[in-house]
Design a protein around this ligand. Structure first.
Ligand code: SF4
Length: 168
C-alpha cells in the first residue's frame, strides 16, 4: 500500500482524478502550478525558520510550543489547505505530539487557526480510507470539468484524451 502524504490529501480535496493520476506517476506538477499552490513559498523561506518539524515529506514551522504553521500565498484554496494541515496534525498525534495549526496567508495578511477535533479526525479517517481505495483502483475517477482544471498540470492529459475519446 502506498503511504499517504500531504500532497495526496491536497489532491483528494481538489480532484480525485488528479490524485489517481499523481499516484500512478502520470505526468508531474509544473513549476507554474507549484507556485500557484504556494509550495515554493515555503521552500524559499526555508532558511529563515528557526524551528521546524519534518512530517512525511513536508517541513512544518513550529511557531511556539502549541502551534505548527504553514505559510501560503493566498487563501483561495483555504479548505484544501486546512485539510492538509489537519492531516499533519493527525500524523503528529500518531507520534504522541498534540498541536494546533495555523495557516498564514501572506497576500491577505491573515492567519487561520486549525484544530483537529474528534469530528475532524473521524472525517479525516474516512478521507484516508477513500484515498486508499482510489490509489488501489485500476481506473481513474471520471473526468469532471471544474474551474480549477485550467491551472492543473493534467489539463492537456485530461482534455486531449477526452477529445480523442469524443472523436472516436
Ligand atoms: S484537469 Fe481537471 S479533471 Fe483533470 S486532473 Fe486536473 S483538476 Fe482533475
Amino acid at each position: 500500500m502506498q503511504s499517504i502524504g500531504g500532497l495526496h490529501i491536497q489532491y483528494y480535496e481538489v480532484c480525485k482524478r488528479k490524485l489517481w493520476l499523481y499516484s500512478k506517476q502520470i505526468g508531474f506538477e509544473t513549476e507554474h502550478e507549484r507556485v500557484i499552490e504556494g509550495t515554493l513559498l515555503h521552500e524559499s523561506s526555508y532558511a529563515r525558520k528557526e524551528k521546524e518539524l519534518a512530517i512525511d515529506q513536508a517541513v512544518i514551522d513550529v511557531v511556539d510550543g502549541e502551534f505548527i504553521q504553514e505559510t501560503k500565498l493566498s487563501s483561495k484554496m483555504q479548505r484544501v489547505d486546512e485539510w492538509q494541515l489537519l492531516y499533519y496534525l493527525y500524523l503528529l498525534k500518531q507520534k504522541g505530539i498534540e498541536k494546533r495549526g495555523k495557516i498564514a496567508y501572506t497576500k491577505e495578511k491573515k492567519v487561520v487557526e486549525v484544530t483537529l477535533t474528534e469530528e475532524k479526525e473521524r472525517q479525516l479517517k474516512r478521507k484516508i480510507a477513500d484515498i486508499n481505495s482510489i490509489l488501489t483502483s485500476e481506473f481513474a475517477p471520471k473526468l469532471k470539468k471544474m474551474p480549477y482544471c485550467k491551472n492543473c498540470a493534467y489539463f492537456d492529459f485530461c482534455f486531449i484524451t477526452e477529445e480523442d475519446a469524443d472523436a472516436t
